[in-house]
Every structure is written in C-alpha cells, then in structure tokens.
Design a protein around this ligand. Sequence first.
Ligand code: TMP
Ligand code: ZN
Length: 410
Amino acid sequence: MSAAAATSPCRICGGSVREFLDLGRQPLSDTFVDPEDTSGGFVYELRVGRCGDCTMVQLVEEVPREMMFTADYPFFTASSTRMVEHFTRTAQWLLDEHCCSEDPFVIEIGANDGTMLATIAGRGVRHLGVDPAGLPGEDATERGVVMLHDFFETRTAELIRTEHGLADVIFAANTLCHIPALDDVFAGIDAVLAPHGVVVFEDPSLSDVLRLTSFDQIYDEHFYVFSATSVARAARGWGLELVDVAALPVHGGELRYTLARSGTREATPAVAAVLEDEAALGVDDPATFDLFAERVRRHRDELVGELTRLREDGVRVAGYAATAKSATVLNYGGIGPELLPAIHDTTPQKQHRLAPGSRIPVLPFPDEADEPDVYLLLAWNHSEEIMAKERAFADRGGRWLVYVPEVRLI
Ligand code: TMP
Ligand code: ZN
C-alpha cells in the first residue's frame, strides 16, 4: 500500500477509513449465472479499509442491498448439518438465558430459512423472522416460523412494535455485518427492544480473519468485519453497551456479541478478556493491516502457483462447495475453468449454473468414478463436517488443497 492510501468516510462514526487491501473487481458473490448469459453482470471494486477513529473494518464501495438479497437468494443455513446443530443450541441458550419474561417475544433479523427460529417456534414462544430473501423464507414458513419478508430497519421495526409489542431478544446471525446502514437498523432496534431486552448477534471475527489470513471472509455481503473493539465503540453511539462476548467455532471463527441498553446489565469478564486479546493482536495498529494485506497477496500467488502446477502435471482438480466467499478468492486470483474446471455443491439452486465472475460450472457431487484427484476446499469454514463426510475420498487417495490458514496440499 502506498503512503498516500485512499480514504473515505466511516459508515459507523464518520471518521476516516484508510484503505489497506484491494481485492480487485468482483461480481455479486451469490449470483450464480445461467450458462447462456454472457452479459458479464454487475461488478464492483472490492476494497477494504479501517477507520482510524472507531477501528471498524469495512468495504469502501457499497453494493445496493436489493441487488444482493433478492427473491432467488440461494443461501440456505440448513445446507450444513453442523450449522443446524449450532443454531439449535443457540435457540436453546436464548430460551434459557434471555426469554424469562412472562410472554417473551424473539425477533430474528435475517432469519433465512428459519433454522434457528424453528426451535423457538417449537416451544410455542412468540417470535418473528425478518428477511427479504424469498426462497429461504419459504422454507422458514414450512418450518412453522412466522416471517416478515422485508428488511429490518426503523420503518419495519415500528410496524413490528405496533403489531407484536417489544422484544426480549433481537437476534441476528451472519446478518448485521451485511448491512452498511447499521444506524438505521439500530434506530429500529431502539424502537422495538424492551427496556431489559438484549441484542445478540454473531458474525465472523476480525481476530480470526487476521490469525488465519482468511481474506475470503471479505465479499460484497460482508460489508463489515467486526471485532469486540469496534462493536463496543459503535454500541455506545447506539445507546447500548457490549455486556458479553463469546467465541464460536463456526464459519471459520466468529464472535457472539450481547448488547443491552446502557447501564442495565453488568458486563461479563469475557468482554475485557476479548478486548485485551484483540489489543495484543494489534487491531488498533494500522501496520497490522498492511502486514495482513502482504500475506493475502502471497497466499493468492501460492494458490495460483499450486493450481498451475497441478494442471501441468495432469492432475484433475475440482472445487468443493460454491460458497459465497469463494467468489473473492477465485476472482482475486483470476482463477477460471482452465485452472478449476468445476465446483461441486449440494445446493440445487446453484447447480448447472456458473460461479459468479469466474464462470466455473457448478455441478452436483460426482460418483466415485468421476471424482477429481484433488478437491480445492472452498468451504474451509465447514472443513470439519466435510472431512468427516468425505473420509472415503481420502481413503481412495483423494487429496485436499487448502488455502486457509496456508496454501497446502493435504
Ligand atoms: P457458506 O460457506 O457461504 O455457508 O456456503 C456453504 C455452501 O457449501 C453451500 O452452497 C452448500 C455447500 N456445501 C456443500 O456442498 N457440501 C457440504 O458438505 C457443506 C457443508 C456445504
Ligand atoms: Zn469509524
């Protein structure tokens, strides 16, 4: 990064965001293309910066939300059994810890296919899932979850308050980091959160991104990379306080934040511990991010080098799972069908389409006879589940190419 790095205003505090990483021109990460469609589609500049005032890591260019969370949004939480288990446990925890009033009411922002709320609904607890995405929302309704097909913001929050009253819990998983206009979301939260209520949200954590060099956590939908440091500061501006934080082993490392209205709850010791841990990692130091960007460029070059060698050796390689994050690594690396002829994925809505930007065909998983020699693990965030499921592939001599935390052929 040159000394005269570009700056832009912070979406949280208005401070100055200094760009530290340019991941190039990128497509919408969840737009799987019809093979007949050669229009090229929407592209934007995936550049990442950090606010020198509030420390929030954020994208420099914003993609309009209507372009991302469309009626045919193809992401379904239930496509991962481990995530289903995780959200069943999460729901249980919310019920035990935070649904202690006489007639509790739980709102989930970005309820997707209703995986989490299904457990809440099953207990007969009042709830509402809010999500503009059409296809996953249909599955939520089938699971018995009450849904509002819309964006959560001040306008919808006021409607919810009139219709359902105040919420004991407002939950969001892998959603708040998607929303540039958090000020409007938190104004909505202020309108509908009960005085004793809590806001609980989980998102990829900056310390894990830095530790693992997991730069593919950054894509159009992941506008922010939160840390306890940045969330604690932002919360104050929203009249809230960070009162608990917990590390989660899902999606490549996340934090679960609990916010409450200022002065209503004592912070747990975990808050100070995580803040200290982040300080030790250098989240307050711009140099940390320049070093991160250097590692990102090196990992990209090593991955492209490895794929090129494998092709030269006649080794058959295919991608494992057409994750949203794979758009970042494939397009940043300029990896197309010549280096990676196919990506296999279980999601019917992605199959027989082309991965965005890279135009790599997405196909169902092949029979044993048609298996590649090497799978590039694009869903490294689900690696435990996948390794367990694919033991037979490894037993047959199949190998895995990974790029997080290092480029390695296993
Ligand atoms: P995500 O990383 O954005 O959560 O996307 C997960 C994608 O990976 C989704 O398209 C489904 C796919 N997938 C598989 O194809 N097989 C698997 O075993 C798992 C866990 C996910
Ligand atoms: Zn800021």
